[in-house]
Ligand binder design. Structure first.
Ligand SMILES: [Zn+2]
Length: 333
């Protein structure tokens, strides 16, 4: 795959897919103000309904008027608004249909980009179903309680696969252990025969679910390297964690300000990155479907990444959420 040429003398792409867990207006607004002031447009996921499993998840939903106004303002500024299921917890088909309609009424279009949330039973192709043999078997063993997902199961009360197929153009799957996401998966956005019945295009994201991981991945040196490689980063994180004790995480702030000074960076939301890559794929004759062996390698890479940050580097959300840093932050809320 040859290097991608970007328009307007841009040399690299950096964007964020922000999982809405823990995002409250008070903590998320300063973070988005910083992104906006530095010329970054990224993707923010949202919940339509309030959280139903407070023992597990927290954060604002579109039912809070001031938060909704903030999200509409982000949309006006050119940020992409995507779906993180209609809410956190147990939702059944009629509510999901209503939730998608509410999203459309608020933003003027149905959601076209979705990311599965945590243990939601309406998640689509989630848990061990994200992987093929033998990786699916390992995931089943490792996370045995993380395997009750029915979004694509016809006849289940949580089924919405048909709506997902109709409306959702982009879904997220495998995780990448380097800043240059595209460097590990030049097929994205790609189709996958295994998930074709109820999904469309898939993309990978750079695994950096909290500020510990973000700060390890994104700094002056790695940003310069991304530029040199002509790379494309779609970074997955929870920006709801980044504002604590009344201020934004220092490393994050520095990195975003550094990106802001780089006029060679193309800072567009995930859907625009993927639309651009789709055009390039067609131009360069790259197959629409991910090749079998390439997918196997990607699955293995994704699984090893998970295991590395859980058991060895110990920076994933399992460890982050046990830390004083996270719990101090939670206490203030
Ligand atoms: Zn989530």
């Amino acid at each position: 795959m040859k290097n991608i040429q970007f328009p307007d003398n841009k040399k690299f792409i950096f964007t964020i897919i922000d999982d809405t867990d823990d995002a409250y207006l008070e903590t998320i607004k300063p973070v988005y103000d910083l992104l906006h002031e530095n010329g970054l447009r990224t993707t923010k996921t949202v919940w339509v309904y309030p959280v139903r499993d407070p023992e597990r998840s927290k954060g604002d939903s579109l039912q809070r008027p001031e938060y909704k106004e903030h999200i509409l303002d982000l949309q006006k500024k050119g940020f992409e608004i995507a779906l993180h299921n209609v809410g956190s917890g147990d939702f059944e088909r009629p509510e999901i249909i209503e939730g998608l309609d509410t999203f459309e009424k608020i933003f003027g279009h149905k959601p076209s980009h979705h990311v599965n949330h945590s243990y939601n039973p309406d998640n689509i192709y989630c848990g061990s179903k994200r992987f093929s043999f033998p990786m699916n078997w390992i995931v089943k063993k490792m996370y045995s309680q993380y395997d009750s997902f029915f979004g694509e199961i016809k006849g289940s009360k949580h089924f919405w696969g048909d709506l997902h197929k109709n409306d959702i153009k982009y879904s997220r799957n495998y995780e990448i252990d380097q800043l240059n996401t595209f460097g590990k998966n030049p097929y994205m956005p790609y189709k996958d025969k295994v998930y074709d019945e109820f999904a469309n295009y898939w993309y990978s994201s750079t695994f950096a679910s909290n500020q510990w991981m973000f700060n390890q991945r994104v700094n002056k040196k790695t940003i310069d390297q991304l530029e040199k490689e002509g790379g494309i980063c779609i970074l997955y994180t929870h920006l709801g964690y980044y504002h604590k004790n009344g201020k934004i995480d220092e490393g994050f702030k520095k990195a975003i300000e550094y990106l802001g000074t780089k006029k060679t960076g193309w800072y567009i939301p995930v859907n625009e990155v993927l639309d651009f890559l789709m055009e390039k794929k067609i131009e360069n004759g790259v197959p629409e479907y991910i090749p079998f062996w390439f997918k196997k390698r990607l699955e293995l890479h994704s699984l090893i990444t998970r295991i590395k940050y859980r058991y060895f580097v110990k920076k994933d959300d399992y460890h982050f959420k046990l830390s004083e840093e996270y719990n101090d932050n939670a206490a203030i809320k």
